[in-house]
Design a protein. Structure first.
Length: 117
């Protein structure tokens, strides 16, 4: 069983930055691709970014490309999301997830980000 714990959410003004971390329990972290998702009020959960098990490949939603950066440190069992140039439409609960095979099987509890205009 994998447990994921996010940290780093909060309130920030538009144009500001935040950095999330997501710490994973267990010894298999480096075997999994990892992803970040978000869910805004009244909307479906959407993909934000993903990173391969080695960190060699990254993927981003068009809405965050060029502003957000996903990274990982397998020695610390942690994945990060650096968010710059934040916009009010980035307001959401952000979740990290571990990908096992073709699906994201383990999810964190979520952390709230509010971007004020």
């Amino acid at each position: 069983q994998v447990q994921l714990v996010e940290a780093g959410g909060g309130l920030v003004q538009a144009g500001g930055s935040l950095r999330f971390s997501c710490a994973s329990s267990g010894s298999t972290f480096s075997s999994y691709a990892m992803g970040w998702f978000r869910q805004a009020p009244g909307k479906e959960r959407e993909f934000v970014a993903a990173i391969s098990w080695s960190g060699g490949s990254t993927y981003y939603a068009d809405s965050v490309k060029g502003r957000f950066t996903i990274s990982r440190d397998n020695a610390k069992n942690t994945v990060y999301l650096q968010m710059n140039s934040l916009k009010p439409e980035d307001t959401a609960i952000y979740y990290c997830a571990s990908r096992v095979g073709v699906q994201y099987a383990y999810w964190g509890q979520g952390t709230q980000v509010t971007v004020s205009s």
